[in-house]
Design a protein around this ligand. Structure first.
Ligand code: H2U
Ligand code: ZN
Length: 344
């Protein structure tokens, strides 16, 4: 009989339709990597060289105000703008070389004026202010006629491409729905049509029964290592209530989200006693003005670390050319995170 803690197998991601190969027996193989110390987090409250600190100059001549809490600005090196022609083209007319103009906006969100803070070291109230800014930004950007999706995210740590330790995230608002939320929306809509149920509400219920992959729970949120996780310590943060957009978060849910973000990032930092890099972001319904009964708002955390503060997982070789693969099972990863989360 197939034993998911022992035999090689593949697991299906119902949100994307992808498969991930799991090889639990390989965790017993000898490992030749070694544990190094990671660079300590920034100790200075203000860095005169930082382009995100209050009062400092940014590239392109703008200067940041002396902001007391959060600060949002248009990215000086925006990948997208609103002026491109909304045209499609099909080079040679064979349907193979297709392209279309992509309009959009890119913003940077400073979470705090303090250069040395991070989500795990900010207070829940300070993070709540960031949640409020994300909601305001989503409201403003999603209301734009030309915007079809608003992607809020944070890259943390040089390993994940963050350019600066100053606590900040980004928002990209695009005319088209990007690949990942488009696939999720398609799967969620298909499931609703077939089962008259929300895929993620059902999944949440199954995880509550199984209790194998939960990292922590609160009144409004549940954080778990999904059954189909690709990254070793990937976390899916699910809202308990069924709603489609970050704009639907009620007051107590906003505070609960702030608390959950602090909990997840603190747990990550506790795992290898070091600053834990990750990309995190929110998925909700497209901003197309349509009702999205299938949408169930959630956050994904994709951290690259595997064995230590410097030992990362690479998605190369078979993973680039075939399917993603993992050794440590999601159940095992959840147990390790749960242990850290439970520490006083
Ligand atoms: P990341 O650390 O996630 O790369 O985000 C920082 C963003 O800040 C990055 O997208 C922008 C970069 O384009 N930036 C400015 O808008 N102005 C600057 O003066 C430097 C960096
Ligand atoms: Zn700074």
């Amino acid at each position: 009989m197939l034993n998911l803690q022992e035999h090689a197998h593949r697991r299906w991601n119902p949100l994307t339709g992808d498969w991930v190969v799991v090889s639990p027996h390989r965790t017993r193989r000898p490992w030749l990597g070694h544990v190094e110390r990671s660079s300590p987090s920034s100790a200075v409250v203000y860095d005169p060289e930082c382009y995100l600190c209050p009062g400092n100059a940014r590239a392109g001549g703008a200067r940041n105000p002396n902001y007391p809490a959060t600060f949002v600005f248009d990215n000086d090196f925006a990948a997208l703008d609103l002026r491109v022609p909304q045209e499609t083209c099909d080079l040679h007319g064979r349907g193979l070389l297709r392209a279309e103009g992509e309009r959009g906006l890119c913003r940077v969100v400073c979470f705090s004026p303090r250069h040395d803070l991070t989500l795990p070291t900010m207070t829940p109230d300070q993070i709540r202010a960031v949640v409020d800014v994300w909601i305001e930004q989503h409201e403003e950007l999603a209301a734009g006629d030309e915007i079809g999706y608003v992607q809020i995210f944070e890259n943390r740590g040089a390993m994940m491409g963050a350019s600066n330790p100053h606590p900040h995230g980004q928002i990209w608002a695009t005319a088209h729905v990007p690949n990942e939320p488009a696939r999720e929306t398609h799967s969620l809509a298909g499931y609703l049509q077939l089962h008259s149920q929300c895929l993620l509400c059902e999944y949440l219920g199954l995880e509550e029964q199984a209790r194998e992959r939960i990292v922590f729970e609160s009144q409004h949120f549940i954080a778990l290592v999904p059954f189909w996780a690709v990254w070793p310590f990937e976390v899916l943060l699910l809202a308990r209530r069924h709603f489609a957009s970050i704009q639907d978060l009620e007051k107590d849910e906003r505070s609960a989200l702030a608390a959950a973000l602090k909990e997840i990032t603190s747990t990550y930092n506790g795992l290898f006693a070091a600053d834990f890099p990750y990309s995190m972001g929110f998925h909700g319904a497209p901003a197309d003005g349509q009702p999205h009964p299938e949408g169930h708002w959630h956050a994904h955390f994709y951290p690259p670390l595997l064995r230590s503060a410097t030992g990362r997982k690479f998605l190369v070789g078979f993973e680039m050319l075939g399917s993603p693969q993992r050794d440590i099972t999601p159940e095992n990863a959840a147990a390790r995170l749960r242990e850290v989360a439970a520490r006083p």
